[in-house]
Design a protein around this ligand. Structure first.
Ligand code: ATP
Ligand code: PRP
Length: 214
């Protein structure tokens, strides 16, 4: 069996569709919404449904052979896995944002609220800016509204969360999309199976590119 860690939630829906299109049917996942393990005996795969931020942990430790995870998580936690393919879904960016009208005071330590501590630290180290990090786990946009922080470092997709909370992007840090990853020893010992999936995913991406041109 090839164990595949798939993210639950918004990214999951896009991934299940892609996998189904390459012949790895995942529709059963929608039939029982409390089950976390789904077997597709025909394809010899077992899907493990995990929190998006945990996918790389399962893959790094070999509990899953392969998985799909946002680049944001890879940048944040630098897991020891192979990043095999950019799937071009779950597109967004990590950006710095602040309240509309915010003016930075360069002589003060900048208070940054984020769940991406390492991405934020690396970004500000790169521009030599001293910061204090306030680690949050969600609803990051609240922090500058309440004066808990000066800025936030968070995911922006459409920008509507920022807009609805009277915030704006100050700087884009890095573009994000979902990546197909593999455990290093699984890649060696289950190489044929993983390469087969990789080829099919690559072919699907090519088809999608061609379809865009028409
Ligand atoms: N608004 C968004 N638009 C597009 N992609 C997003 C957006 N927010 C997050 N993502 C991408 O999808 C992945 C999963 O995000 P999602 O919001 O479903 O989970 P999460 O709430 O961040 O994770 P967790 O449940 O572990 O806290 C992220 O790692 C990121 O790569
Ligand atoms: O630019 P937008 O299209 O508005 O998307 C951005 C929002 O999406 C994510 O939040 P999510 O829904 O995952 O909630 P949480 O991180 O606050 O839990 C992210 O943290 C932003 O808040």
């Amino acid at each position: 069996m090839l164990n595949i860690a798939l993210p639950k939630g918004r990214l999951g829906d896009k991934v299940y569709e892609m996998f189904s299109q390459i012949g790895y049917d995942c529709r059963a996942i929608y039939e029982d919404n409390r089950k976390l393990v789904f077997e597709n005996a025909e394809n010899g795969v077992r899907y493990l449904l995990v929190k998006p931020s945990d996918v790389a942990i399962y893959v790094e430790h070999g509990a899953a052979d392969i998985g799909v995870v946002g680049k944001d998580i890879l940048l944040e936690s630098s897991p020891d896995v192979y990043e095999l393919l950019n799937l071009g879904i779950g597109k967004c960016r990590v950006a710095v944002a602040a309240k509309n009208g915010y003016v930075e005071q360069p002589d003060r330590v900048l208070r940054v609220a984020t769940k991406y501590m390492n991405i934020a630290k690396n970004y500000y180290a790169g521009i030599n800016r001293e910061i204090e990090i306030i680690k949050l786990n969600g609803s990051i946009e609240l922090a500058p509204i309440l004066g808990l922080s000066d800025v936030i470092v968070d995911i922006v997709e459409t920008g509507s969360t920022l807009k609805e909370n009277d915030l704006k992007v100050i700087t884009d840090i890095v573009p994000i999309s979902a990546r197909f990853i593999a455990n290093k020893s699984s890649f060696k010992f289950k190489n044929d199976r993983i390469e087969e999936m990789l080829q099919k995913l690559n072919a699907l991406l090519q088809q999608r590119e061609e379809a865009k041109k028409v």
